[in-house]
Design a binder for this molecule. Structure first.
Ligand code: CP
Ligand code: NVA
Length: 303
């Protein structure tokens, strides 16, 4: 695996390998077993959007692996003043051993990989959030023992999270159901692929989507970059909330996941979030372990 640009690029076997290595790294960290697989390596972290989890987990992850990380805000980089991504990629490839980028356009991440010659990791675009979904799959496996055959339901906007959950879920043999308002469906090509490659449903009936689900997932109604639409979206998404009434149709032992940050009283009620806090904060923790696995697989010296 050279890069992590989107989950569609990975095979079932590669995802499984990441999840297994993530489990191993979690165990090693817990018992203080040193794992400096990236000793002396440097990761550049380009952020064009805010972040708590991604920034901290990548930085700590590099430290755990014996390397170091550089926080590069687009406000300070020349990218913010219009330097092309093609040039940035070639320059940064001369200094760094890998780049994690959080930006708007998926095309920018793909371009970095095309023009640079170091591993590129997608830390969220408007289209995808692959690192989050690897942590999600790890958390589901940890709590449920397996992912294959489980039903994953996502309630809310057909955004980057929905897109990546569909791809990750279907690739790992889950049944995936999306409950979203009409006009806010996930990416059309991803939905077509999902229907052809697994058990997939997209409906505006959230009770149908959540019926017998093993995992109920939600995310904010207005993503980063959509702040201007936030008020309008509150009205459109009002019926698309994960609450006790919805959880009553899922399996009795269903998990609830949320990539965070959460807006209590909007996409999820405070009582449901708190009842499932153990799962949701394990999920946040697992960002660290899953991303360390990704970095090891992309950045470790080959051979
Ligand atoms: N879930 C997630 O990516 O969180 P941050 O935006 O805080 O990085
Ligand atoms: N859909 C959200 C995810 C945040 C982790 C956003 O893009 O803002």
């Amino acid at each position: 695996m050279k890069h992590l640009l989107k989950l569609m690029d990975l095979s079932y076997k590669e995802i499984l390998e990441i999840l297994n290595l993530a489990d191993q790294l979690k165990y090693e960290k817990k018992y203080g077993i040193e794992h400096h697989y990236l000793k002396g390596k440097t990761l550049g972290m380009i952020f064009q959007k805010s972040s708590t989890r991604t920034r901290v987990s990548f930085e700590v992850g590099m430290y755990d692996l014996g390397g170091s990380a550089l926080f590069l805000s687009s406000r300070d980089l020349q990218i913010g003043r219009g330097e092309p991504i093609e040039d940035t990629a070639r320059v940064l490839s001369r200094y760094l051993d890998g780049i994690m980028i959080r930006t708007y356009d998926q095309e920018e991440v793909e371009k970095l990989a095309k023009y640079g010659d170091i591993p590129i990791i997608n830390g969220l675009t408007d289209y995808a959030h692959p690192c989050q979904v690897l942590a999600d799959l790890m958390t589901i496996r940890e709590h449920k023992g397996s992912v294959r055959g489980r039903k994953l339901c996502f309630i809310g906007d057909g955004n980057n999270m929905a897109n990546s959950l569909i791809v990750g879920g279907i690739k790992m043999g889950m049944s995936v159901a999306i409950g979203c308002p009409k006009g806010y469906e996930p990416d059309a090509e991803i939905m077509k692929w999902a229907s052809e490659n697994g058990e997939f449903l997209c409906t505006d009936d959230i009770f149908e989507a959540a019926k017998d689900a093993d995992v109920v997932y939600t995310d904010v109604w207005a993503s980063m970059g959509e702040e201007a639409e936030a008020e309008e979206r509150k009205k459109i998404f009002a019926g698309f909330q994960v609450n006790a009434e919805l959880m009553a149709v899922a399996k009795k032992d269903a998990m609830v996941l949320h990539c965070l940050p959460a807006h209590r009283g909007e996409e999820i009620t405070a009582d449901v979030l708190e009842a499932h806090a153990a799962e949701i904060f394990d999920e946040a923790e697992n960002r660290l372990h899953a991303q360390k696995a990704v970095m090891v697989m992309c950045m470790r010296n080959k051979g």
